[in-house]
Design a protein around this ligand. Structure first.
Ligand code: AMP
Length: 191
């Protein structure tokens, strides 16, 4: 099962992606985590993208597309994956479509965690990751609405979207996701 998980930062994507991965035995692929690891390891990619992440801007499409292309070819992604943080632009969505088609795969569903901006903002401030300053939070919310939210419509037109109310508790959100995926793709969660 190949899934995307969408939602503004603070929607609980990382938490719910981890649950989906555990329940269905999928690979958890988060571009933000991969980029932060590259920065921590001071790889050439990390050095290049550090100022971009510090500002809360988007990394150029070709860099993240290359990362994803390599990652989904790894053995643990053969049974399926949850992509968290990718795609974030139409160019990335089209590149993903093309690379999956090349290997005879297709997305099963796009889980969309819906939370209003004020809830997302409050959760991001509470989480207080080092890059979660108020300015950066506003930039990331704006980027989500301008560049990423339109992708939800793109996937909706392809009948992939599973909308989820992300304002509830972690367990309640997870129950919604599990029930929806069972209905949507007929998959049985192991846990
Ligand atoms: P995240 O942890 O998903 O919020 O990502 C943290 C930061 O990494 C973002 O603010 C972007 O600077 C960068 N990033 C992560 N994924 C992507 C992507 N798919 N396209 C462009 N930039 C990305």
């Amino acid at each position: 099962m190949d899934l995307l998980i969408f939602g503004p930062q603070g929607a609980g994507k990382g938490t719910q992606a981890a649950r989906i991965v555990d329940a269905y035995g999928l690979a958890n692929i988060a571009t933000g985590d991969m980029l932060r690891a590259a920065i921590a390891n001071e790889t050439p990619l990390g050095v290049q993208v550090k100022p971009i992440l510090d500002r809360g801007d988007l990394v150029p499409d070709e860099l993240v597309v290359a990362l994803i292309r390599e990652r989904i070819a790894e053995a643990d992604a053969a049974a399926g994956f949850v992509l968290d943080g990718f795609p974030r632009t139409l160019a990335q969505a089209e590149a993903l479509d093309a690379m999956l088609r090349e290997v005879g795969r297709d997305l099963d569903a796009v889980v969309v965690l819906e939370v209003p901006d004020d809830v997302a903002r409050r959760r991001m401030l509470e989480r207080a990751r080092k890059d979660d300053t108020p300015d950066v939070i506003e930039t990331r919310l704006r980027n989500y609405h301008e560049q990423t939210a339109p992708l939800v419509e793109w996937y909706r037109a392809r009948d992939k979207v599973v909308p989820i109310d992300g304002t509830e508790t972690i367990d309640a959100v997870w129950n919604q996701i599990r029930d929806a995926l069972t209905r949507f793709v007929g998959g049985e969660a192991a846990a």
